[in-house]
Design a protein around this ligand. Structure first.
Ligand code: NAD
Ligand SMILES: O=C(O)C1=N[C@H](C(=O)O)CCC1
Length: 232
């Protein structure tokens, strides 16, 4: 496929390396210090930039009728606007807080755990995410998706980074070194702790999932998620 990269930082460069290995062609790159190629040659755009730029980049692709896969986090208050724009343009759009196949399996495990833990009120649920010190947003998009999975299957109503009320889930964000992304859900009682952890060893998993999503989106119209891509 002919791919455009909107954002050419750690993720853009990882996607370029893996996409080329898979036989794809990069026809356009956009980053703060780099703009080359022609966006309209692209069969799909993969967008990993910064929270302030994501909406403009996604909207531009939809208006130019280029299918767009976005992994940028920290802009979700405007997600519904992008869904409306996609419908208006009859476009193709996938956003995922995390494109890694392992994390998307972890999301399903998390929802199942939330369901079976819900009756056992002596356990309280909490989430910890650990990322590298360059990360701009907190909590991570992935931690928010994990919290939403618990909220959907329990009596919890929202998440917070402050001291939680009874109906809230605490998310703790830790920034250290070059950690690629570690997410833990823990159910803690006075007697014991049950914890589930996903730990990314490299960024390749995020990049492979985003390329897979771009391939899957070919010839499809609408707004999709990684659950659609993976059929889970
Ligand atoms: N969904 C996922 O699977 C996943 C995985 C990893 C990272 N992320 C998210 O992706 C984003 C990028 O992560 P990263 O590690 O590559 O960050 P990064 O800081 O290494 O790269 C971001 C790049 O975007 C560029 N940029 C700035 N303004 C831009 C614009 N207007 N258009 C295009 N590019 C622009 C910057 O110059 C920089 O090179 C972050 O929001 C991060 O949270 C998501
Ligand atoms: O490195 C990052 O930044 C990551 N961001 C995503 C998030 O916010 O969940 C996914 C994991 C890596």
């Amino acid at each position: 496929m002919k791919l455009a990269l909107l954002g050419y930082g750690k993720m853009g460069k990882t996607i370029e390396r893996l996409a080329k290995e898979m036989g794809h062609e990069i026809v356009y790159k956009k980053g703060s210090s780099l703009e080359e190629g022609t966006l309209t040659r692209a069969e799909a755009a993969i967008e990993f930039s910064i929270p302030e730029a994501a909406v403009t980049n996604i909207a531009h692709c939809l208006e130019k009728n280029i299918p767009v896969v976005s992994g940028t986090t920290g802009w979700l208050s405007e997600y519904d606007d992008m869904v409306q724009l996609c419908k208006k343009c009859n476009g193709s759009f996938i956003y995922a807080s995390n494109f890694s196949i392992g994390v998307n399996l972890f999301f399903s495990i998390n929802e199942y755990a939330a369901k079976i833990m819900a009756p056992w009120k002596e356990y309280s649920a909490g989430i910890e995410e650990i990322h590298h010190t360059q990360k701009l947003d907190a909590p991570s998009g992935t931690a928010i998706t994990i919290a939403e999975g618990i909220i959907q299957h329990s009596e919890k109503k929202s998440w917070t980074m402050e001291t939680p009320q009874d109906n809230e889930i605490k998310i703790e964000a830790v920034r250290e070194g070059d950690v690629k992304g570690t997410h833990t859900v823990a159910y803690v009682s006075a007697i014991d702790t049950i914890s589930l952890t996903h730990k990314a060893h490299t960024r390749d998993g995020f990049a492979k999932g985003a390329i897979l999503a771009a391939q899957w989106l070919k010839n499809k119209k609408g707004v999709f998620t990684m659950k659609d891509v993976l059929g889970i």
